[in-house]
Design a protein around this ligand. Structure first.
Ligand code: SF4
Ligand code: SF4
Ligand code: SF4
Ligand code: FES
Length: 474
């Protein structure tokens, strides 16, 4: 691609033609505030925080949506831009029930209330994203510590109809990240702007409840939401409560997918917190036994490998492990049912193996879709993702970054990886994008596998000639 010359903040730079102003700035270490932008997703042009000045243009341009042109002279920071960004933020807060930290000791609703000089971690504060909310971070960045108006009342009904997800229009900033993820990555597309008697918000189109909408409960909307607009159902009290109870025997089943986000939330270096440290933190809270879900996954992977080895069909095996991916395939590709090879769930297997041994089992994973499986099968009592685990660890002071790693408990019978591991191992989710083709060697012969990191990639994967395996993630 041709490179072009532009100027950002008097700095002359060369960038590939076709990049947005935001991409060009970030590639050159220049930060522009954003809220609705999300890497890998199309521009949403919703928050206006990325506005920049372009020489010769009367109006500001949105850096996330406007592409660079040769000779462009851009200013990303000026007193006028700061003021307009503050106004844009205040506009978002005008449509938001700001109860970040409604502390009964302070008795007010102020964004600065979470500053730790008075906080005793009593957890009577209100918002699930308090302390790790992108809107709250931006408010601090722009010096908004008190709102010059009364916070909005919570007049949008909260949709918790699935029992797993909670959509709260009162904390939605209409950034449309969830709409994009649901439609363009998950190929479900049930979200959009909806009109209600209290104004417009983002929700399930057609006014349906989430439980009646075709939602596959993948939880990707939760992953991408910058605020408390959509969250997983909270169970923040149950883990510490049962873990402390002397007569309640507890276990936690954890997997590595939770580590990266927990580490980032602690502000620690990537890869610096281990599962052993997390186990030490959970035991500090009082959890009796902590198991690595990877051991169970390897057993189920070995069983699935046997199924694949016996398979004689020419058509590709469509492999899924994630409950949301299984549901998506059944609902969207029932014609391929004969090719489905679904892995048994590690947590369902753990529940069967430990039946009756524990009074309460906590499932901890970075994969939100497992919350639905916990609810549907009863294979654990409560599900926790990285964010909720972080809140509990902060509340109890069990900081894994300061603890020495301990070995996790084992049920025995861990199985070595098979030659099918690239299609049976864990697959990271990314928004949009194209499937990846991986060359395998199975029974001494070359075999082509296609890895879909989200359901939207399946369409392309099905066109790949001579594919022996298609792995689908959701
Ligand atoms: S979503 Fe963010 S800004 Fe809104 S109340 Fe919660 S923590 Fe505060
Ligand atoms: S959980 Fe998945 S399917 Fe349901 S609304 Fe969110 S992104 Fe869409
Ligand atoms: S629910 Fe969250 S992700 Fe969706 S539009 Fe609202 S703030 Fe954005
Ligand atoms: S990041 Fe550009 S409008 Fe939100």
């Amino acid at each position: 691609m041709k490179n072009i010359n532009i100027t950002i903040n008097d700095q002359k730079i060369k960038v590939p033609e076709g990049t947005t102003i935001l991409e060009a700035a970030r590639a050159n270490g220049i930060e522009i505030p954003t809220l609705c932008a999300y890497e890998g997703m199309g521009p949403h042009a919703a928050c206006r925080l990325c506005m920049v000045e372009v020489k010769g243009e009367a109006k500001e341009k949105l850096a996330c949506a406007v592409k660079v042109a040769a000779g462009m002279e851009i200013t990303t920071d000026s007193p006028a831009l700061t003021e307009k960004r503050r106004e844009a933020l205040l506009d978002m807060f005008r449509q938001h029930t700001v109860d970040c930290h409604h502390c009964s000791r302070v008795g007010g609703t102020r964004i600065e209330d979470l500053d730790p000089w008075f906080c005793e971690n009593c957890f009577f504060c209100d918002c699930v994203r308090d302390g790790f909310c992108e809107l709250q971070d931006l408010a601090r960045q722009f010096g908004i510590s008190e709102l010059p108006f009364e916070p909005k009342t919570a007049d949008f009904p909260v949709d918790d109809s699935t029992g797993v997800l909670v959509r709260n229009g009162n904390k939605c900033v209409k950034c449309r990240r969830c709409v994009d993820a649901c439609k363009n990555s998950q190929a479900v597309g049930i979200l959009g702007m909806v009109k209600t008697e209290n104004g417009q918000t983002v929700g399930v189109t057609g006014g349906k409840l989430l439980k009646d909408s075709g939602c596959i409960r993948c939880g990707r909307c939760v992953d991408v939401c910058p605020t408390g607009g959509v969250i997983l159902m909270e169970h923040k009290d149950q883990l510490p409560y049962y873990a402390h109870e002397r007569n309640v025997k507890t276990a936690a089943l954890v997997d590595e997918s939770v580590l990266e986000e927990v580490t980032a939330l602690y502000g620690a270096a990537s890869g610096s917190v281990s599962l052993g440290q997390l186990a030490a933190a959970l035991k500090k809270i009082g959890v009796d036994e902590v198991y690595d879900a990877e051991e169970e996954r390897r057993i189920t992977a070995a069983e699935t490998a046997k199924v694949l080895a016996k398979r004689r069909k020419k058509s590709p095996a469509i492999i899924a492990a994630d409950p949301a991916a299984k549901q998506w395939l059944k609902e969207n590709h029932s014609e391929l049912e004969g090719d489905f090879v679904f892995m048994e769930s590690a947590q369902v297997r753990f529940a069967a193996e430990t039946k009756g041994r524990f009074d309460k089992v906590f499932r901890i994973s970075g994969r939100n879709s497992l919350a639905a499986e916990v609810q549907d099968t009863g294979c654990a009592d409560y599900f926790y993702n990285a964010r909720e685990l972080f809140r509990i660890l902060k509340r109890t002071g069990a900081d894994p970054t300061r603890l020495t790693a301990i070995p996790l408990e084992s049920l025995g019978g861990g199985t070595a990886a098979t030659e099918y591991e690239p299609v049976l191992g864990s697959v990271d989710w990314v928004p949009g994008g194209a499937p990846e083709i991986v060359d395998l060697k199975v029974k001494g012969k070359a075999a082509k596998a296609v890895i879909c990191r989200n359901p939207s990639q399946v369409k392309e994967a099905l066109k790949v000639k001579d594919a022996a395996f298609i792995r689908v993630n959701a």
